[in-house]
Design a binder for this molecule. Structure first.
Ligand code: A3P
Length: 303
């Protein structure tokens, strides 16, 4: 089935999720071709849930001893250049990309928006680790809508239209609840393989989540590092305020047709309250309750 939707004129429903044509092709190549190493780290996210932020945090935490601090590559490269997407980048125009030299540092670090169920078997079956981030669905919707209307060319979408599509799950990589619950359930079954994070929690206490992240990645912060304020330094360099103002993120470079600036908007929890009508809020509250019912997953809607 085919549906008019976000990110290009057409979305296709495949293996339970919606994809624009070119991303679908790239995703199938990725699914068939990619061979994971046990040491690989994958940043997996639903779009607009903090991918850019989590890439920066994971990159800085994982490789912190591989470059002098004041030469953190984040100062000169965008997070999406440093941690590359499979289906939105590496496999986009090449079904068999040479991944040999893609990652400058080791272990390899990649990223994807593909659902847990559709990941290549070698990612699921190998020892590689996945860090996942999601966000409360109301902020997801507003961030997505703003992104589509302001950043993606050729698609102007009213909030009513965006709401309708979001509500019915017809958005790129959606339905979001199936995506989030897929990773949530897998993380409950195998917490050593999947670290499940929420944007709101990271915002509230970046430091303690960075500690968990480092532990999960197998590179815990030492007492000395803690005393030297390394955790705070990572949180600071990766903060919305800092990344947004870096020259590299203001420049015209594009990742999958999106300019770097397009990944930085407001960076807050609860911006939905500035846009959604009482009717939309009521519908979404019911939908969230219905979809998450019995899963043990909850979201904070405001800070
Ligand atoms: P808003 O549109 O609500 O501002 P993604 O990276 O998955 O595309 O998500 C984009 C969202 O994350 C946008 O949300 C963006 O502003 C926010 N964001 C980007 N960098 C961030 C950072 N370093 N810290 C917190 N939020 C960030």
């Amino acid at each position: 089935p085919k549906e008019k939707g976000w990110l290009g004129p057409d979305l296709y429903f495949y293996q339970g999720f919606w994809y624009p044509t070119r991303i679908l092709k790239a995703f199938i190549s990725f699914q068939n071709h990619f061979q994971a190493f046990n040491s690989d780290i994958i940043v997996a996210t639903f779009p607009k849930c903090g991918t850019t932020w989590l890439k920066a945090l994971t990159f800085s935490t994982l490789y912190r001893n591989q470059f002098p601090w004041d030469e953190n590559p984040l100062l000169t490269f965008g997070p999406h250049q440093l941690v590359r997407f499979f289906e939105h980048d590496l496999y986009l125009n090449n079904p068999f990309p040479d991944l040999q030299n893609v990652c400058v540092y080791q272990p390899r670090l990649f990223s994807t928006h593909v659902s847990y169920t559709s990941l290549p078997t070698s990612i699921k079956d190998s020892g590689c680790k996945i860090v996942y981030i999601c966000r409360n669905p109301m902020d997801m919707l507003i961030s997505f809508w703003q992104f589509m209307t302001k950043v993606q060319d050729g698609e102007s979408l009213s909030l009513d239209e965006a709401f309708d599509k979001f509500y019915h799950g017809i958005i790129v990589h959606g339905p979001c609840f199936d995506h989030v619950l897929g990773y949530w359930k897998a993380s409950q079954e195998n917490p050593n393989k999947i670290l499940f994070l929420k944007y709101e929690d990271l915002k509230e206490d970046t430091g303690s989540h960075l500690k968990n992240l480092a532990m999960f990645l197998g590179v815990p912060f030492t007492d000395d590092e803690e005393k030297q304020g390394v955790i705070e330094k990572i949180a600071k360099i990766c903060s919305f305020e800092n990344l947004k103002e870096l020259e590299v993120n203001k420049k015209g470079a594009h990742i999958s047709r999106v300019p770097h600036t397009g990944f930085f908007r407001k960076g807050e929890v609860g911006d939905w309250s500035n846009y959604l009508t009482p009717f939309m809020i009521e519908c979404l509250e019911k939908l969230i309750q219905e979809k998450l019912n019995g899963s043990g997953l909850t979201f904070k809607l405001s800070s």
